[in-house]
Design a protein around this ligand. Sequence first.
Ligand SMILES: Nc1nc2c(c(=O)[nH]1)N[C@H]1C(S)=C(S)[C@@H](COP(=O)(O)O)O[C@H]1N2
Ligand SMILES: [Mo]
Length: 334
Amino acid sequence: MLIRTPKSSEIKENQVTDEHVYQNRRQLLKSMGFLGASALLTNQHASASSWFGGGDDETFKTSALEFSQPKHFQSEDVLTPEQKIISHNNFYEFGTGKADPVTNSQSFKVDPWSLTIDGLVEKPITLGYDDLYKGFDLEERIYRLRCVEAWSMVVPWIGFSLADLIKKANPLSSAKYVVFDTLYDPEQMPGQRNRFSGGGIDYPYVEGLRLDEAMHPLTLMSVGLYGKTLPPQNGAPIRLVVPWKYGFKSIKSVVRIRLTDKKPTTTWEQLAANEYGFYANVNPQVDHPRWTQASERRITTGGLFSRNRIATQMFNGYPEVATLYTNMDLRKNY
Ligand SMILES: Nc1nc2c(c(=O)[nH]1)N[C@H]1C(S)=C(S)[C@@H](COP(=O)(O)O)O[C@H]1N2
Ligand SMILES: [Mo]
């Protein structure tokens, strides 16, 4: 039996499957016998809930990481529980529902992996799977991440500054922007097989930053969370995290980082440029055309009926990035 999900033409990021709905769906699946007790405990397998017709049988194996905890990246915010971070998110390559990524990505292969840094650089680099963990000083950084759909999480990411990686390639002075590509592999990513399964996105998923944004010390290449390597649903083996921007900028499972002199057109701009701009800085004063951005629902430990609505902060509470945008009209450059 399959749970029907909307056609891709009906799907947009505004379809807020907030945690209520998500929890209710799990309750429903449970009452229909899809979720066993252990699956509920680990929140992992929502098998048979997938509209691709089954989901993965295996569970992806993560492994422990060694990392430091620099004081300036810690936080007083209540952390979002690990089980929620890894079971409720967006990764359209694995389906457009909030539980689809965890359901459909468990057999995703991350080793071997290849990440290339090229374009306007003196020294193009290609990193293999082991290089992602060994070539850098890994840090745990607790970041807020706010989705454009107005929910947010607080995540103990593990990773390194993107600047450290870009510097190794020696950028040319002509480089102005950085373009990121997610893996394109329809065999492994069911959302890439046709327009309907992947939310209308023309894959690969592409994101971009201005070079100075990319070089900002907050901009993180993450290889782990909660002390372990990333699970596939969160972008294994390596993904971007830009904590002052809406979540869609934080591109997952990156295979290429290219320096250019032209502003790229990103995936969400291609889909709806009037709704999802290139900058996508978290800004409570600039609403999405169809909903307010002044507040957000923080996902913490709350259960089925918890309400945890808080005011959204400018730049998601990272005022140190404001200098990147002096003299820019953030209403025009949304
Ligand atoms: N390749 C890829 N990256 C992606 C997405 C996606 O669909 N495909 N979704 C984005 C969106 S909209 C959000 S909110 C975050 C959510 O994932 P996280 O909870 O692991 O940060 O991933 C972002 N990165
Ligand atoms: Mo998002």
